[in-house]
Design a protein around this ligand. Structure first.
Ligand code: AGP
Length: 612
């Protein structure tokens, strides 16, 4: 969840590292730092609590001039986000400088050992222990590479690291265990990073490290090894997205851009995967495992956060349209509660980043238990995508805003495709219905666009409610998870307390909170749940709650029950969670913007959660 950048080459490294850190800031943003090797082979460091931009005012361009350097933007897990705890860290002799993502679990044991050898420490961090451990081995082996290797062989935990050595200034060493790391190969230069976003403006040619591997990077070449000293040959890959996809363009925030991209991203999810004449779906990534899927005794969706909400949509779809028992699990609970997993279970892990630690560990547990594991992942080549038996990429493109938007709707789109595929094979969805769904799908992007074109209408309602202390979001059926997601979005970026509930559950508790200060958002599509929702609305109205409804364009009946109405075009019920998500995303976005919140980098959150 932190970001790493390293540069070695012919150019001045400071600006390249700084620009890279700006691009990675969405992964962590409470402190940042840069270390550069100067012409006298000293390692000079600048590091500060706060955003990467704030670091710039502390740059001493003379001290930080050099062609080799490393940088870090941090999301604090252990230790306050202050100047001292910011990375890079030095060993006590300032020979070794290191930036680190992850957690060294046995750092206290290692620290005690080093203290007994006379090492001293100036921070409480695990990273400083690793810097000193490398130096400990450097003293006896006089080889940077061997020292890193020996130190890492003693480490328990997760790491992505980039390391400099004052006495061997012609190289950067990087290594990974459970935390992504890659390097881009340019003309006489190499840019290392935890994320392709920091590399793409320099080159699209990258090599991804695997767990247990390290790379010795020089300006004119590199060598990859395991930390057990075996040579590795790895193919060069191409970064799969373009620079403009990770730039804001004319939008004020990435989140707004990503909300507005959804008519396109949704098409990227289904493009080439559906025959619009027949409604037949073919998902290449599931081809080899499709018999397992068709014959699954049970399907379990495992995920965290927004992806977990998509999992609820998945459960409802699979049970309703395929007749297969389905469950949805929080990855963090699933992995620790000794779940019963059978060999004929199919377990879908859903993850935008493909890196969430709990989801990854739940996947590993499922694999060990012999179930078929499938991924619904956005990040191509991410660790979850690589470890599942098979899977579906959602093709939402890079999602930079910390609050997930387009990934959610593309996850749902993938789940609809999977449902159609199973339903066709298992004959639980008729050919006629498949055709109808496909025909409806054709028109979906245009209907999404109609909502997006009216985005400015949300500003008025956002102004009305920007000072609310609480919000309630209620929906039924496929729109219950949309209510949960709407509430999560609001919480994340505006810091207003919000709860999502199945509408009828309101009577079992939340109704006690309703008074004239409580805005309640009802998702009220004209489907089989409509009359029930109207009853729920009346229950809230009687108690003077403020009613905001999300309703079909031609639903006039809703007017008398609503204080505010967010209109959406009519869609097939399958697509209603997609279409209904967009107004709720806008609502939370404009409320947060009206409160001057930092929409793309909300406090305490990180885009990728690689800690437990
Ligand atoms: C959503 O807005 C979140 N920031 C968060 O809940 C996220 O969905 C969750 O951490 C899971 O992430 P993943 O999809 O990358 O696994």
């Amino acid at each position: 969840m932190c970001g790493i950048v390293g540069y070695i080459g012919k150019r001045n490294s400071l600006q390249i590292i700084y620009d890279g850190l700006i691009r990675l800031e969405y992964r962590g943003y409470d402190s940042a730092g840069i270390a550069v090797i100067d012409k006298d082979c000293n390692i000079n460091v600048v590091k500060k609590a706060g955003k990467v931009k704030e670091l710039e005012s502390y740059f001493d361009k003379d001290l930080l001039e050099g062609n080799t350097g490393i940088g870090h933007t941090r999301w604090a897990t252990h230790g306050d986000p202050n100047d001292i705890n910011a990375h890079p860290h030095f060993d006590m002799t300032k020979n070794i400088s290191i930036v680190h993502n992850g957690i060294i679990e046995n750092y206290l044991t290692l620290k005690t050992k080093l203290q007994q050898e006379g090492f001293t420490f100036s921070t409480e961090t695990d990273t400083e222990v690793l810097a000193n451990l490398i130096q400990y081995y450097y003293i006896s082996k006089q080889s940077f590479e061997i020292a890193v290797r020996l130190a890492l062989s003693e480490v328990e935990g997760t790491y992505g690291i980039a390391v400099l050595c004052r006495d061997e200034p012609d190289k950067i060493i990087i290594a990974r265990m459970g935390s992504p790391l890659m390097f881009g190969i340019g003309q006489d230069e190499i840019i290392a990073s935890s994320d392709a976003a920091a590399i793409i403006s320099h080159t699209k040619n990258v090599i991804y490290l695997e767990d247990g591997e390290m790379a010795i990077l020089r300006k004119d070449g590199f060598q990859i090894k395991t930390i057990n000293d075996e040579d590795i040959h790895r193919e060069i890959m191409k970064i799969e997205f373009d620079l403009e996809e990770i730039e804001k363009g004319d939008f004020e925030h990435f989140m707004l851009k990503e909300i507005c991209e959804q008519p396109d991203t949704i098409q990227n999810t289904y493009r080439g995967r559906i025959n619009f004449d027949t409604g037949v779906v073919k998902l290449g990534g599931l081809e080899n495992v499709k018999e397992k899927l068709f014959n699954a005794k049970r399907i379990i969706f495992v995920a965290c956060g927004t992806a977990w909400h998509a999992g609820i949509v998945g459960k409802y779809l699979i049970e309703q349209y395929c007749g297969i028992p389905a469950e949805v699990e929080y990855a963090s609970e699933f992995r620790y509660r000794n779940p019963v997993i059978n060999k004929d279970d199919v377990i879908f892990v859903i993850s935008q980043s493909g890196e969430t630690l709990d989801t990854l560990e739940a996947l590993r547990l499922s694999k060990k238990s012999g179930a078929t594991t499938l991924g619904i992942v956005n990040r191509v080549g991410s660790v979850i995508a690589r470890e599942v038996d098979a899977g579906v990429y959602i093709h939402a493109g890079p999602e930079i805003g910390v609050a997930s938007t387009k990934a959610f709707t593309c996850q749902i789109m993938s789940l609809i495709l999977i449902t159609m595929m199973i339903g066709k094979n298992n004959k639980t969805i008729s050919d006629k219905d498949l055709k109808e769904i496909a025909a409806e799908l054709k028109g979906l992007p245009e209907k999404m666009r109609q909502i997006i074109d009216k985005k400015n209408d949300y500003k008025f309602i956002a102004e009305e409610f920007k000072n609310a202390k609480n919000f309630l979001y209620l929906g039924r059926g496929l729109n219950f998870p949309v209510a949960l997601e709407g509430a999560l979005k609001l919480k994340e970026i505006s810091y207003i307390h919000a709860e999502g509930y199945p509408a009828a559950e309101m009577k079992h508790g939340p109704i006690a909170l309703i008074d004239e200060n409580m805005p309640v958002v009802f998702i009220a599509p004209k489907d089989s749940t409509y009359q029930k929702i109207i009853s729920n609305i009346i229950e809230v109205k009687t108690r003077k709650g403020k009613i905001i409804t999300l309703a079909s364009e031609d639903d006039k009946d809703i007017n008398e029950y609503s204080d505010y109405i967010l209109r959406v075009p009519d869609v097939h019920p399958l697509f209603s969670p997609i279409i209904n998500s967009i107004p709720l995303q806008f609502l939370s976005y404009y409320i947060a913007a009206a409160r001057n919140s930092n929409v793309d980098q909300p406090r305490n959150l990180a885009k990728v959660v690689t800690v437990e």
